[in-house]
Each structure stands twice: as C-alpha cells, then as structure tokens.
Design a protein around this ligand. Structure first.
Ligand SMILES: Cc1cc2nc3c(=O)[nH]c(=O)nc-3n(C[C@H](O)[C@H](O)[C@H](O)COP(=O)(O)OP(=O)(O)OC[C@H]3O[C@@H](n4cnc5c(N)ncnc54)[C@H](O)[C@@H]3O)c2cc1C
Ligand code: FES
Length: 302
C-alpha cells in the first residue's frame, strides 16, 4: 500500500498545524520509543545534501509528536544504524519531520540512496531548544555557516510565522561557494513576504555569482542592531563560532543572549552512554543549544 503524502499537500499540513508551546516540556515524550516512520519525499538540495520529509506512520503518535526549534532526533536506518540529526522543519507542524542530511559516511550514504517509501525509525525529540519565546519583542540575528542553515531553519520558520512578535530579523548566511547554498528556494519568501533582512556571502564565487564575497563576519559591517535588545543564534562549523561570537560580543550583545548549537558524536541521546560529554556536561541533554556564556565556561567546547 502506498501511504506517501506529498509534503506540500497544503490541506493536510493545515490539519497538522498547531501553535508552538514553549512551556510544554516535550522532552518528557517517551524518548526511548522508536516511532515507525516513512520517508515521504526527498528534495535534493546540493550535491552533498538532501532534505528528507519524514512522516510518523501511526496517526495518534503523529498528532503527539511536537518539537521545539533547535532540538534533534535520532534517525534509525534499519540494518545500518542510528544517527543524530537536527530537525530542520516547521515546529508548528505535528508529526511531519524535515531533516537536511549531508552525505558523510555509512548511514547518511544509505539514506542518500534511499527512495520515498523507505521505512525508518525516529526517537526523540531530544535536547535543549532556542528560547524563541524569550526573544519576543527584540531584534533577532540568525546566523549560519554551511550546513548550519539546517538547525537554523526551524527558528527561521518560527520567527517568520510569528513575524509580528519580533522586531528586526537579520538572517546572515555564508558558504564556501554558491553550489553549497541550502534552501535557496525560500530566500525570496524570507525577504519579501516576511520582511527579513537576508544577507548571503560566499568564499569562492563562480562566474554567475553577483553577491558578496568573503567570510561571514564581513556581513556584520552592514547591519545595525541595538545590542541592548538583540538576541543571536549561531549555527555552523565550530571553527566559525569563536569569530562570530567574539564579533557579537564586540558589538555589545551580551553572551547570555547569544545561542549556539554544539554537535558531538552521540549514541543514546538521553544521557546514558557518556559518548557526548564536554567535561561533566552531556551535550545530548544539556545541549545541543547552549548560551555563549555557558559555552565559554565549558572547557574545550569550541
Ligand atoms: C545534535 C546533532 C545534530 C546533527 N544534525 C545534523 C544535520 O542536521 N544534518 C547532518 O547532515 N548532520 C547532522 N549531524 C551530524 C550527523 O549525525 C553525522 O553526519 C552522522 O552521524 C554521520 O553518520 P554516518 O554513519 O553517515 O557517518 P560515519 O560513517 O559514522 O562517519 C563518517 C564521517 O562523519 C563524521 N561524523 C560522524 N558523526 C559525526 C558527528 N556527530 N558530528 C560530526 N561529524 C561526524 C566522522 O568523523 C567521519 O569523518 C548532527 C549531529 C549531532 C550530534
Ligand atoms: S549521547 Fe549518550 S550520553 Fe549523550
């Protein structure tokens, strides 16, 4: 039986939509449970990344499955293993999970050759989230390097769908070259429909590139924020964090209002296997989202 639902079936998505409740501790969901799920659709993004639209099969479980921006799931590919992946989709849609996955090794390699309809398992959601509720009424800086746009996409969904709640929203995004840009089909929406200030930069332009060239920190030269009332979210490779967070600190944004997502190798996702610790902190339950003040106090975290 073919149970595939196209991800852009607007009527069905509308049925699954519900306001994101930051007070609801969805970490109390039965995280050891493995939800049976199916790859409903695959959108190729670049030569290394694909967006997997995953649907929990059981209707009641689907209704119960919610997540907060910044959380991740453990995705099981039967027979090959389980990997942690940030949820890149819209937090207001229940039971429908979008994962942007880079082909890196065994499990991700199998996923990249999978077809819609393939069965997978989902555990979670796990981890801490970006406190979008605390950012209401403030300027928000959303900053991503490379694959970092995957974990940043859920906060972008939240901010754009609740646009009147936030003041100026700046999205700064940098990649190595134009071929690595993720989600380029959404840029116009972010800018024109939701009034976000989107700035993109690449390190190595190709012949057709007419935008900015250089490192992501160059984008800060042109933006004007009120440091006393600004929150920042930074996602990307660890090497980027120090430069960006220092730059934000120099601009006067307090460390406790800068949030980063730290990734470590993970196995259980729930503080039991000791694979993901930084000192005495398990990144699977204490993180992956941390404020920069905490990060500065975690030895060798970045
Ligand atoms: C909280 C969290 C969120 C993540 N979100 C995403 C995401 O949204 N999209 C995405 O593509 N990837 C994400 N990752 C990384 C992803 O989990 C790894 O790429 C994946 O586990 C690799 O599995 P594999 O079997 O394909 O590779 P393996 O065969 O196990 O390894 C292949 C290569 O990948 C490296 N690698 C393995 N695990 C990790 C890891 N955890 N972090 C960095 N490098 C790793 C190995 O060092 C090796 O070089 C996330 C990791 C964490 C911890
Ligand atoms: S992944 Fe097992 S303790 Fe964090």
């Amino acid at each position: 039986m073919n149970t595939t639902i196209h991800p852009f079936d607007i009527e069905k998505l509308a049925d699954m939509r519900a306001p994101v409740d930051f007070n609801q501790r969805n970490r109390l969901m039965p995280v050891e449970k493995n939800f049976k799920a199916q790859i409903a659709h695959i959108t190729p993004l670049t030569d290394r990344e694909k967006l997997f639209h995953i649907r929990i099969l059981d209707a009641a479980e689907r209704q119960r499955f919610t997540f907060l921006p910044g959380q991740f799931v453990m995705l099981e590919v039967p027979g090959f293993g389980e990997i942690p992946v940030s949820i890149a989709g819209d937090p207001s849609i229940r039971g429908y999970i979008e994962l942007c996955i880079r082909k890196a090794g065994t499990v991700t390699g199998v996923l990249h050759s999978a077809q819609p309809g393939a069965r997978v398992g989902i555990r979670g959601p796990f981890g801490t989230h970006f406190p979008m509720d605390q950012m209401v009424g403030s300027d928000v800086l959303l900053i991503a390097g490379g694959l970092g746009l995957a974990p940043l996409r859920a906060p972008i969904f939240h901010v754009t769908q609740n646009r009147p709640d936030y003041r100026n929203v700046h999205i700064l995004y940098g990649t190595a070259d134009p071929g690595q840009l993720l989600f380029d089909f959404e840029y116009k929406q972010w800018e024109r429909i939701y009034g976000c200030d989107l700035r993109i930069i690449v390190e190595r332009p190709d012949d057709g590139w007419t935008g900015q060239v250089g490192l992501i920190t160059k984008l800060f030269d042109a933006i004007d924020v009120d440091p006393d009332d600004t929150y920042a979210i930074v996602c990307g490779p660890p090497v980027m964090f120090k430069f960006i967070c220092n730059r934000l600190s120099d601009m006067g944004v307090p460390m406790h209002r800068i949030y980063v997502s730290l990734e470590r190798r993970m196995h259980c996702g729930m503080g039991k296997c000791c694979r993901c610790n930084i000192g005495s902190t398990y990144t699977c339950i204490g993180g992956p989202v941390f404020d920069y003040w905490t990060v500065m106090n975690l030895k060798e975290s970045i």
